[in-house]
Design a protein. Structure first.
Length: 230
């Protein structure tokens, strides 16, 4: 009996001492509580920010379609200097995360299409921001703790770089590969993403022509015969 008890105790100690090493951080993970967003989820959130960027309440207050009662900061144009920060910390940071991805999940679409769509959306947000505020942080933006005081780039230089980005992104799209998922704008239609990029270039070229007629004309001619949104 005593021998049997000893065997049981030794066995129990062995189980207790070795059994827990079989478990790792991936054991019993709740799929409904993810610790990391997929690129598809980041894309969905980013696209969802487009209406908010266009229809921000500040514009309505500037045109006096709305009026403020207890707080009049926006109506007095006092929030312009920080009003674009949420675009950097939200949509643009999400796009940077996708663009910095090391291992792309094919379930979110082909690598090239994920990168192309992210570049197109990134260009759209920066285009909207520079048209609204002029010179803004661009080259040094989104560096986080590495740079708390990013330099401002001129609107003209931002335009030049965005036009280049859009041209390259449109060429990067592979309509024969897996489309992006999480796309609530074009539902994964890569041909429409290419048209969207080309149409943006066309409009940007027209606006650029007011300060650089030669560059604007060249960009317009370069994209005019490509597929466009109609």
């Amino acid at each position: 009996m005593k021998k049997s008890t000893s065997i049981i105790l030794v066995t129990a100690l062995l189980v207790m001492g070795t059994g827990c090493t079989k478990f790792d951080e991936n054991f019993n993970v709740d799929p409904n509580l993810p610790t990391k967003a997929s690129n598809a989820q980041l894309l969905t959130y980013t696209i969802n920010q487009i209406p908010a960027a266009i229809e921000a309440s500040a514009g309505i207050l500037y045109t006096q379609q709305w009026a403020e009662k207890p707080y009049t900061d926006v109506s007095r144009y006092t929030v312009v200097n920080y009003d674009f920060y949420w675009l950097y910390s939200g949509a643009l940071m999400n796009l940077k995360t996708i663009l910095d991805t090391k291992d792309f999940n094919i379930a979110d679409g082909s690598k090239e299409n994920q990168l192309a769509v992210s570049r197109i959306l990134r260009a759209w947000f920066f285009w909207h921001m520079t048209d609204r505020w002029g010179d803004i942080p661009y080259n040094d933006a989104l560096m986080g703790r590495e740079n708390f005081t990013p330099a401002y780039n001129s609107q003209k230089d931002i335009y030049y770089d965005l036009l280049k980005e859009l041209k390259e992104a449109a060429a990067q799209i592979d309509e024969g590969a897996d489309p992006v998922t999480g796309d609530i704008l074009f539902n994964g239609d890569m041909a429409n993403w290419k048209k969207f990029a080309n149409s943006m270039r066309l409009l940007m070229a027209l606006r650029l022509s007011k300060i650089d007629a030669a560059k604007g004309k060249a960009e317009f001619a370069d994209v005019a015969d490509d597929p466009l949104m109609t």
